[in-house]
Write a protein that binds this ligand. Structure first.
Ligand code: ADP
Ligand code: MG
Length: 568
């Protein structure tokens, strides 16, 4: 075939393929347009997985009557006008591709009225060509209706998944934007059902309640970005949003939402920065819930990487990575509260006193902070010095702090201490090892054998000397000193059965050793032992959770006590 310039219709359909991959991409582009138009209310209606119908209605600026047709021309946009503008984009759209791309693969109607116009415009397009235009009475704003998506692109249609899958992609897109724009009232209807509505209060927590529910919302911590503290701004990035406490971690990465100047981005690399900040706070295989927005001068970020605009590139990647990691880590360490009595009571289904009766003064309610006098001696900044009062049920240490009563779970606390010690020792390659008097023969099943072979090296770093000794048999010559008098065979078996390639095995092994060597519940401790355990806990930067993410302690503040006893 000779070389020919493609027919414009073919060109627009090829281009459409890049922007409109599936129904959720249409929703994303239309919602972005509504947001760029400054809408405070956006309603999205979907039928048949988005293939039959997608309708997005907003109360934004609207499109002036004379420009409606233009909006459907390829590369027609009101958002940038010059090469310079491309350098610093502050709107979500700018490529002028969405409306023409959608019109190339579906039937599109638009009804719009711009501010200052007395009557609106209605336009209907088929195969990208205007087939009807009318004046139209409506309130200010825009409604775009998309029908029969991909009807003329069977190849695309074939690649779509089930209705449920397409609907969930759509709900996902709307949820992310609801989290990024808490000041906008979103409503999503799927096949007539209200799936998501947000109040548009401007408070992120209200959107979180609607998207993730109350339980998650109650465990979110507001990010305190101290990037500028100490006078040395590491970058011009400001990190805001909320991060979930480790106890509401999830087994999928889908609960992390990252926005760059409120644009939803899927950056694996930024996601990694967040996960890094949770290091040592989450169980292996668990991921955080977090909503994070990076604000930085538009000049420092390039959003023009990909037609869907979901990828971004930073001028100073290292600074951004560091800023995110630091802001999240600081928030977790400073704000992770010692759970209060009533929360624990609710968590375990114990009927608790009505909330208002427990309401305490802001001061008493405050987060645990160290006494300023103690701070210089103790590097730990998260736990005040505690005085031991006794042991409860051979399982919990009762202690007094400057701000109230502490109940410490001796097993969980000891686990945390040992876990931190093992991590530090491994880093210095100084794990204490106990040689066995006689090598022990250790038999495993085929599955365990595979995992053990793969993890021998990792286990060696923690003091296990294990070598193959015939079929499904290994010879163990040394174990970590911490496990010398414990049932280490059970520990290794459990670890091997936890299986899988995934997760940080070094961390899994450390958690497992810590768990098996820590004091157990039901073990009577002497005063000295309790004092030593608490002293070691005070030295740790993350004393509030065990390495599995469960709380190590609960606190009853003096304020709560006064309230309970009805005194001021
Ligand atoms: P882009 O968003 O990249 O500019 P689009 O094809 O998505 O390109 O939209 C083209 C133009 O149509 C926009 O620049 C904007 O001026 C106008 N427009 C589209 N949707 C809306 C809307 N909901 N409200 C107001 N104007 C809109
Ligand atoms: Mg757009």
């Amino acid at each position: 075939m000779p070389i020919r310039v493609l027919d414009p219709q073919v060109v627009s359909r090829i281009a459409a393929g890049e922007v409109v991959e599936r129904p959720a991409s249409v929703v994303k582009e239309l919602v972005e347009n509504s947001l760029d138009a400054g809408s405070s209310q956006i309603s999205i209606e979907v039928r048949g997985g988005g293939v039959s119908l997608i309708r997005v209605m907003d109360n934004g600026s609207g499109i002036p009557s004379g420009e409606v047709e233009l909006a459907f021309d390829q590369y027609a946009t009101s958002k940038i006008s010059s090469l310079d503008d491309l350098e610093s984009i502050s709107s979500l759209g700018f490529r002028g591709e969405a409306l023409p791309s959608i019109a190339a693969v579906a039937q599109v109607d638009i009804a719009t009225r711009a501010a200052g116009e007395s009557v609106g415009t209605y336009l209907s397009l088929q195969d990208g060509v205007v087939v009807n235009r009318e004046s139209h009475g409506r309130s200010q704003g825009t409604t775009v209706t998309v029908k029969g998506l991909f009807r003329k692109v069977p190849a695309r249609l074939k690649f779509l998944k089930s209705l449920v899958t397409e609907n969930s992609h759509i709900a996902n897109v709307v949820s992310r934007y609801a989290l990024a724009f808490p000041e906008v009232k979103f409503a999503l209807f799927i096949d007539g059902r209200a799936v998501l509505t947000t109040p548009g209060s401007g408070r992120l927590i209200d959107s979180i309640i609607e998207v993730y529910g109350l339980e998650v919302a109650q465990n979110m911590l507001e990010i305190e970005d101290r990037g500028w503290e100490g006078g040395t701004a590491i970058s011009s990035v400001l990190v805001t949003g909320m991060v979930g406490s480790p106890r509401i971690s999830r087994s999928s990465r889908d609960y992390l939402s990252l926005f760059v100047n409120r644009r939803w981005t899927s950056s694996r690399w930024l996601a990694w920065a967040v996960e890094e900040a949770y290091h040592g706070l989450l169980m292996a295989g668990k991921h955080p819930v977090a909503i994070i927005n990076l604000s930085l001068p538009p000049k420092e970020v390039d959003v023009n990487i990909h037609p869907t605009k979901s990828e971004v590139k930073f001028q100073n990647e290292h600074a951004v990575f560091g800023a995110v990691q630091k802001a999240v880590r600081q928030t977790l360490i400073r704000l992770m509260p010692v759970p209060k009595i009533e929360e624990v009571a609710t968590a375990y289904g114990v009927p608790s006193v009505p909330r208002q009766e427990l309401a305490v003064s802001a001061e008493a309610e405050g987060i645990v902070t160290p006494s300023p006098l103690l701070a210089p001696q103790t590097p730990a900044v998260t736990l005040p010095a505690l005085r031991i009062l006794g042991q409860l049920s051979s399982s919990y240490i009762i202690a007094e702090g400057p701000d109230g009563l502490y109940l410490i779970d001796q097993h969980a606390a000891h686990e945390r201490i040992l876990f931190e010690r093992l991590k530090a020792q491994r880093l210095r390659q100084e794990v204490e090892v106990q040689g066995l008097l006689q090598p022990v023969i250790f038999e495993v099943n085929p599955r365990q054998e595979e995992v053990l072979k793969a993890q021998c090296e990792n286990l060696a770093q923690f003091g296990f000397s294990i070598e193959p000794f015939g079929e499904r048999t290994f010879l163990v010559r040394a174990v970590p000193a911490l496990l010398a008098n414990k049932d280490w065979t059970e520990m290794v078996r459990e670890l091997l059965d936890s299986g899988g390639e995934r997760g940080d095995w070094g961390e899994r092994i450390a958690i497992s050793i810590a768990c098996h060597s820590a004091v157990k519940a039901g073990q009577v401790l002497t005063d000295d032992e309790m004092r030593e355990l608490v002293r070691q806990l005070e030295q740790i930067t993350t004393p509030h959770t065990c390495p599995h993410g469960r709380p190590t302690m609960i606190r009853l503040s003096l304020g709560q006590l006064r309230n309970e006893f009805g005194r001021r």
